[in-house]
Design a binder for this molecule. Structure first.
Ligand SMILES: Nc1nc2c(ncn2[C@@H]2O[C@H](COP(=O)(O)OP(=O)(O)OP(=O)(O)O)[C@@H](O)[C@H]2O)c(=O)[nH]1
Ligand SMILES: [Zn+2]
Length: 297
């Protein structure tokens, strides 16, 4: 049979197939090959009863995260407070880059808009327009949890596997409780898991929410070290990557090179200044990072 791992808990994998959950284990040879099935994996399995079965094969993954340990993630909802904690474009951009590197489509959801003035909201609207221009869906409403915003998010969650990420206190649990009020009992679990993922059980699951699946543990933090060459960073800024072919030099890193299309766009105001500032800061960081040495085999 074929199915999708929806939950893992102490060596058991609950595989969803054709409307039924099957409790399975991984065959011994997986451990020998050091392959660990992940929640989100599509698998071939055999099972005579829903209580007992074996995973035979893991089908190719699109991607795999370590935090949370979930495979085949389609999108990351970056829950971002406009205030409390203070908003920072730098932090938002770092989260977007982390998602881009993992090939996960970002969605930006602004929270706590009740804590700022209409004038400040207008500034966020300008910023939101800039991010939409890049191609990222941005959800921003004048008051928190307005139906229009929630409906947009539900539509995006539908038929996709999502992880929720965002700073502590950004409002991740609160948002999920609004999105899935019908899951009262389950959302209690979601918030516990989202609140203190690290301290609770090592259970990982995908919860059915709004016609899609949402990981019950929040996504990696933007402070995870970036392990890439600074020359590759531009690839993870989609608007830079789109302009790069117009730069005069192939392999332009958009810093000191003449006739750089990215710098020209920053000057013209068609690329967000704040994005370029984040880029420069990360380039410096990556250049100063100690190289990771790999032992010769
Ligand atoms: N004023 C206001 N407060 C909010 C809003 N959303 C959440 N909060 C509050 O902000 C605090 C943090 O919200 P949580 O939902 O627990 O945030 P979280 O992102 O899950 O936080 P962690 O579990 O620490 O990662 C709580 O006291 C919420 O009641 C909002 O839109 N407006
Ligand atoms: Zn350039």
């Amino acid at each position: 049979m074929e199915g999708q791992i929806r939950q893992s808990l102490s060596g058991f994998y609950d595989v969803f197939s054709d409307g039924t959950l099957y409790r399975t284990r991984a065959r011994g040879n997986f451990r020998k090959k050091r392959i660990t099935p992940l929640v989100g994996d599509r698998v071939e399995f055999e099972s005579e009863t829903p209580k007992e079965g074996y995973i035979l094969k893991i089908l190719p993954r699109h991607n795999a995260l370590t935090r949370p340990p979930v495979a085949n993630v389609d999108q990351g909802i970056v829950v971002t407070a406009v205030k409390a904690p203070d908003f920072s474009t730098n932090l938002l951009d770092r989260q977007l880059i982390a998602l881009e590197i993992s090939q996960i489509a970002p969605v930006i959801y602004f929270t706590k808009t009740d804590l700022i003035t209409p004038a400040e909201i207008a500034k966020f609207e300008t910023l939101a327009a800039g991010y939409r221009e890049i191609g990222y869906p941005v959800i921003l409403t004048a008051q928190p949890f307005e139906q229009t915003g929630l409906a947009q998010l539900r539509e995006l969650l539908k038929d996709r596997v999502s992880v929720i990420m965002g700073q502590t206190g950004a409002g991740k649990s609160t948002l999920l409780n609004h999105i899935a009020p019908d899951l009262k009992l389950a959302t209690g679990e979601i918030s516990t898991a989202l609140n203190r993922g690290r301290h609770t059980t090592r259970k990982v699951s995908l919860m059915p929410v709004a016609g899609g699946l949402v990981a019950d543990t929040p996504g990696f933090s933007s402070y995870d070290t970036l392990t890439l060459d600074y020359r590759e960073l531009g690839q993870y800024f989609p608007e830079f990557a789109a302009l790069a072919p117009q730069c005069r030099f192939r392999g332009c890193v958009h810093i000191n090179e003449p006739n750089c299309a990215v710098k020209a766009a920053v000057d013209a105001g068609t690329v967000l200044q704040s994005r370029y500032a984040t880029y420069l800061q990360l380039v410096t960081l990556l250049k100063n990072q100690k190289p990771v040495y790999h032992k010769k085999k």
